[in-house]
Design a protein around this ligand. Sequence first.
Ligand SMILES: *Cc1c(COP(=O)(O)O)cnc(C)c1O
Length: 395
Amino acid sequence: MPKESTVRSPELPENGHEMSRDHPVVVPAQAVPGDTLDHIDTPALVLDLDLFEENLRTLQALAERHGVAVRAHAKAHKCPQVALRQIALGAVGICCQKVSEAVPFVNAGVRDVLITNEVVGGQKLDLLAHLARHAHVMVCADHPTALQALSDTMVAHKASVGVLIEVDVGQKRCGVQTPDHVVELARQVQALPQLVFRGIQAYHGGLQHKRSAQAREHACATVADRVRRVLAALQRAGIECPVVSGGGTGTVAFDIPSGVFTEVQPGSYAFMDTDYAANDWGETVAFRHAVYLLGTVMSTPAPGRAVVDVGLKSASAESGVPTLLDCPDVQAVSISDEHTVLHANDTAILPALGAKVRLLPSHCDPTFNLHDQVVCVRNNKVEALWPVLARGLSR
Ligand SMILES: *Cc1c(COP(=O)(O)O)cnc(C)c1O
């Protein structure tokens, strides 16, 4: 048993108690519209709207040239305002990876959602049915038992969903293995109540970060061949396949012109990160770094060293330490929960105590997931704060 504490907290003046009860301390807004970068409280996730919109237009133009639709993947940002902007600039809808993730988007008015994943489990299926009563929803499947459960749930909720049969196009993760098996499952979908066979998903995550553009192009050609074999089998069976969905940021430049995809589902293209920047982009599309972490130099404890208040709670680092912008010959060398350490070469000038610095995230998806809001700027002035509402919704 713990001994009763004999330590008492120092008495606060009477009015001090009253004040904290009646007027709880409030964390002020991180920024307000019109602020300059210097006035944003840090660490902050900052989105440069001009560059973000340029990325959306770049992809949209490429897709439109080839008659392919853009269905932007929302797992990258989890922010309904971002999705609404993508749709305003031409996207047909969004992808979500998890059912719960889709909820804030549908509540914000997104009307067309593909869950790019297998959904298994009663609670998830019930939630999917609720969503399907508010939006056009498609979901992936690769197993007869899962299709039966999906249909049963939709019947129980008087809802209906579109189904894409996921095809394993080489990633060796989820997905049906042979064209004949795709046909079999498509027939099952057609026979089950409240399900509509819409097509196939053919996504290969393993290709996205192959560094060489030539290697990605070659691998995408193999994916396209596999898709063609599936489409031929469906056609022989007399089954229409209106949707072929796939492709990510690293492969869209090859997937879009391949002629097999009706829509592409990249997410990171809107923001970029240093892991994607390390790809060789050759003559293909170029996306700009539109998102960065803003930090404050909080300590300059030794010659050649400065410490910034961006840590693992505001920047994911499984793809590497964030990269410092703006200061030549100064590098971010390590990151821990609440700190990033900068090192300067001999002659380099370190940012001073209190200076604001910009860091590029190494992986944008898990970085967005760490922030309550994204601070949107245009010409380095705050324009809006967008809540990352699906943050943490990973069920
Ligand atoms: C993550 C993912 C994407 C988008 O990936 P990016 O690399 O962010 O473009 C597309 N489709 C599926 C199924 C995914 O899991």
